[in-house]
Design a protein around this ligand. Structure first.
Ligand code: M6R
Length: 612
């Protein structure tokens, strides 16, 4: 999705803004641009393609200015092109605008500006409409940028964040947030705006979160925030403890590989924050009482993509441990389903970014129906987190690669901790069982490290199989949820058509697709389901499939019917997903690498999906 960066201070803004934009590349984009304010007015440079293309385009030009805004665009209205790239300007060129999100009524606003104000448009974008509208209002009000932005957003519907500079208000950036991410950075003698924290980490760790329907005005000396009625708002500064190294590759070839290898640390952090020295789970800051929990008639888990796959494990875990019925849905379906949700529902939203629009909209729908909202988020202060009654943070650190890895494993950990916590309050599990699962979780960081040691084996496997056009993932119980995640990882970065199915469903249709040498990745880690799973492997093997099995160390029986077997460290059935996903992540990574794909920024995808 689009990324916004703005800087005002005493340094030259160009390099700082480009640095920030590079840190937002992970969000996905197809063009980039900057606008600088200097004594000649507003200077705009923009280019289709990568930031490197923009840098090459402006190389050798002396672009001065200590205040400016920059943008990476992910095309929605209008094709990716130099012309459609942001910033867009007002008709007189005095105002430049960058924008993330969608203005839903842009056609109506555009027609009105053409008819009433005789404005000419160069593009089909909604952003140009914002720039022209602010320009008209700015002229009408005698040149006050803040007034013009306020008046403009009153007329705009949709979800957006905008950053605006004007040639006649020096050293000032005005920005507005409505349902799209926006933060301000506070430095000594310099201030920033950005769509996400990594854009600012090189320069500041002090952040102000901007809420919905708030305007922020940055000058080198202060950040002023106003609510929708223009009343000043006092906002505490939040210290971000991520370092710039967290947001850089640190010697790894790709962010995805780095993040796969960061899983032991991420899982450990998430566990240590929630498990006390006495081995008890502490949900500090989460106000669920035993009475609340006993009153819930069901849990509803809603998320998208990988986060949804973590939620599928949540269903298994919560139902098994706490004996509370759990429904699960993808957010884009839930919100239009007229779901059966009320004040007796615990609604769990899972989102790494906390900015996924579908998840946010589903959360709002559940809230409207009276549900209690618990969210699982990685980004502190994100929209999902802020709109929830309680937040369970994952401590994965910044996840930059589009393909989610460490966020997923930490989300799995949260599912276990929530399952155990609810079960304890419900009195549905014994102390021995509770202590046993906690012990299993606590050794997961070391066991993930063990699983990662098999990466050479998996790279070899990828070398044999990278040129296949179709891969099936099968599993039973929690393994069927991991199968979905393995399949998504493979398809999103290697573009191989992959498909996941509960192994028992194969014979109800999908087995018709088995041909000699069809690749089937069989996740078979559940002792209690092993015989059933073994029969499924035999079935596909009988159709000459090439079977790669993922099994627990010591389970050599599986080798008989498997073409290849990848072992994960032995552990309790309940917690295998934290380990069995590791070889699947590595397999997707190596296949994509051998194919020469753009692993961290796969085609057509964005890290944070802030549009519907
Ligand atoms: O930020 P979120 O967790 O809400 O994102 C949800 C999905 O968009 C995300 O998991 C997506 O499926 C990833 N590309 C998967 O790797």
């Amino acid at each position: 999705m689009c990324g916004i960066v703005g800087y005002t201070g005493s340094e030259q803004a160009k390099g700082i803004i480009l640095d920030g934009l590079k840190k937002l590349e992970y969000r996905g984009y197809d063009s980039a641009g900057i606008a600088l304010q200097n004594k000649e007015g507003i200077l705009v440079r923009k280019k289709q393609g990568k930031i490197a293309d923009l840098e090459a385009f402006i190389k050798g030009e002396r672009l001065v200015g200590t205040t400016g805004i920059g943008h990476t665009r992910w095309a929605t209205h209008g094709v990716p092109s130099d012309l459609n790239a942001h910033p867009h300007t007002s008709s007189d060129g005095e105002i430049a605008v960058v924008h993330n999100g969608i203005v839903e009524n842009y056609v109506e606003l555009r027609n009105r500006l053409i008819e009433k104000n005789n404005i000419k448009f160069d593009t089909e974008t909604d952003t140009e409409v914002i720039a022209k509208l602010i320009g008209v209002l700015h002229r009408q009000n005698g040149g006050n940028l803040e007034d013009a932005v306020y008046d403009a957003v009153k007329e705009m519907s949709g979800a957006y964040a905008i950053g605006v500079v004007s040639s006649n208000e020096k050293d000032k950036i005005v920005a507005y947030r409505k349902d799209a991410p926006l933060i301000a950075g506070v430095g000594n003698g310099c201030k920033f705006i950005a769509s996400d924290i990594p854009a600012l980490l090189k320069y500041v760790n002090d952040i102000c979160l901007i809420e919905n329907d708030e305007m922020v005005v940055c000058t080198p000396d202060e950040v002023k925030i106003y609510d929708s009625s223009r009343r000043p708002v006092k906002r505490d500064i939040m210290k971000v403890n991520w370092s710039i190294e967290d947001a850089e590759k640190g010697g790894y070839e790709h962010f995805m590989l780095k993040e796969i290898y960061e899983q032991p640390k991420a899982v450990e952090e998430t566990l240590l924050r929630r498990i006390g020295d006495d081995g008890k789970i502490k949900l500090d800051g989460i106000s669920l009482t035993a009475e609340d929990v006993k009153n819930f008639s069901k849990v509803y888990i809603v998320a998208c993509g990988t986060a949804y796959h973590a939620g599928m494990l949540g269903k298994y875990v919560i139902e098994k441990m706490a004996r509370i019925p759990v429904e699960i849905d993808v957010a884009s379906e839930f919100r239009y389903r007229n779901p059966v949700v009320d004040e007796k529902t615990l609604f769990i939203a899972i989102s790494q970014s906390g900015e996924t629009l579908d998840t946010l909209a589903a959360l709002r729908e559940a809230k409207r129906c009276g549900a209690r909202i618990l969210s699982i988020c990685n980004v502190v202060g994100s929209s999902v987190a802020r709109e929830s009654d309680d937040v369970f943070y994952t401590w994965a650190g910044p996840e930059i690669a589009v393909a989610s890895t460490k966020a997923y494993t930490t989300q799995l950990v949260c599912m276990y901790l929530i399952g155990l916590y609810l079960a304890d309050l419900m009195g549905t599990i014994s102390k021995e069982y509770y202590d046993g699962i906690v012990r299993e979780l606590m050794v997961m960081p070391a066991k993930i490290t063990e699983a990662l040691k098999r990466s050479n084996e998996i790279e070899e496997l990828a070398k044999h199989l990278y040129n296949r056009t179709q891969v099936f993932f099968i599993g039973r119980g929690v393994d069927s949820a991991v199968a979905l995640e393995g399949s998504l990882k493979l398809k999103e970065i290697s573009y191989i058509n992959s498909f996941a199915i509960a192994a028992g469903e194969l014979k109800h249709g999908t087995i018709a697709l088995m041909e000699p040498e069809t690749i089937v990745i069989a996740i078979a880690t559940q002792d209690y389901l092993f015989d059933k799973m073994y029969s499924n492997i035999v079935e596909v093997k009988a159709r000459m499939a090439h079977v790669v099995s993922i099994a627990k160390e010591g389970n050599t029986k599986i080798e008989k019917e498997s073409t290849e077997t990848i072992y994960i460290p032995d552990c309790a059935d309940e917690v295998t997903p934290i380990l069995s996903v590791v070889p699947l992540q590595l397999f997707a990574y190596y296949v994509a690498k051998i194919k020469g794909e753009d692993i961290d920024k796969p085609r057509n995808l964005a890290k944070s999906v802030t549009v519907e």
